[in-house]
Design a protein around this ligand. Sequence first.
Ligand code: NAI
Ligand code: MG
Length: 485
Amino acid sequence: MSDSFLTSPLGALEYAPAPESASLARLRDSYGLFIDGSFTEPHSVSDTVNPATGERLALYTRASSEDVDAAVRSARRAYEMVWRDMPGSERAKYLYRIARLIQERSRELAVVETLDNGKPIRETRDVDIPLAAAHFFYYAGWADKLGYAGFGPAPRPLGVAGQVIPWNFPLLMAAWKLAPALAAGNTCVLKPAETTPLSALVLADILRQAELPPGVVNIVTGDGVTGADLVSHPGVDKIAFTGSTEVGRIIQRVAARAGRHLTLELGGKGANIVFEDAPLDEVIEGIIDGIFFNQGHVCCAGSRLLVEESMADEVLRRLRRRMDQLRVGDPLDKNTDVGAINSAAQLAKITELTEAGEREGAERYSASCVLPDRGYWFAPTVFSNVSQTHRIAREEIFGPVLSVLTFRTPDEAVAKANNTPYGLACGVWSEKGSRTLWVAERLKAGVVWANTYNQFDPTSPFGGVRESGFGREGGRQGLEAYLDV
Ligand code: NAI
Ligand code: MG
């Protein structure tokens, strides 16, 4: 038996490195904008960096208000001249083609996404990219069946959609936004996040390959200034936003003034509720997945663990042991579980909130991993002795940090789970179906998972209540946001 199969002192198997090749990304030095079916010359460029190293990957263009205007005008022309009146069965063919091209270029896309975002290749390869393709396949199937979606016999599209997305699932959020909009007959201007523009630019190349008519999708890169230009543009009929609650509020004011259609998918502080009778091995994996998937940069993360008091010590003990086994490091390594924090700014926010947790008296445990000496990293961390008033129990940390609270009765579990301004997702773990249903119907959240966590499927609607936003993405319901109903 070779050394690599010997167990380490922590009880985890040693793995030899298994890096995916960065050269598969085939990155260009600099990128322009995708407007009216082709790439513009780059101008006003900024760096996008690999957060695992801090090194520049490429330069992208910060779109000016003139660029945004050109993109919106192009989308309007394509809407009126081509897309709106194209039979749904024809629109479907383009969506199927895009889905298949995402599959064909999935290895390249996975590497691009991992380099630009910092998330492990195992996740981009197995989750982000296949799910992005699945969204295009799913909504392709709706394009010629809109009259049967439950919104009347001949629902009309809204027009030009301005779509602003975050950095945590860059390609997947682009797919969530574009696929239903296009299936319903709208045209789009999409703005990716400033730290992760690259997979959307590869997608632009895929749209060109699919021979999507010029202007049906335009992609304008840039920061919040470009985003603000897009959502306030008078030529935009519908705004779709995923990101922070703060920016969501700003956009809601803009949309209210202009009387536009709006959907918002904002932050969360999800409760993962564990009852004493739940199967412990599955629970531990569910907690780990709920908070450490994608470094905790997940709006629906199970960032508050509510565990029945009688089993709290046992859960904590096993959780810490499991955390010590997580492989933190090179995101391109196929064995890596937890990758890099997306940006210096996000790392600063996570650090600030965990320091507040310690100051406020919660007990911190961080995994005993060795962090790389360059790039942005944060060790998986769990806080126990957390009270409901602590900042780490109330604010979205958006990082690999779990807060543990306890409860004694189902009523107390529900009260604590709902004690948040957010309402995106929760998990319930119990062997007893009647109890799971009792709890689920009392939770104020858009999504409740039972004996699992972070399950995503294009057929299933996703979205929040309260300060987590409104509107649904995915499923038949996801079409409603892009139809005049
Ligand atoms: P953000 O909300 O500022 O960024 C999201 C997107 O909105 C980006 O594309 C950004 O360029 C754009 N944007 C920013 N200001 C805008 C404006 N005034 N008008 C239109 N578009 C605008 O989020 P940020 O700064 O990246 O992260 C801050 C915090 O927000 C995170 O720490 C996290 O807690 C939360 N967040 C939550 C997300 C979620 O999915 N729930 C996603 C990203 C961030
Ligand atoms: Mg980047």
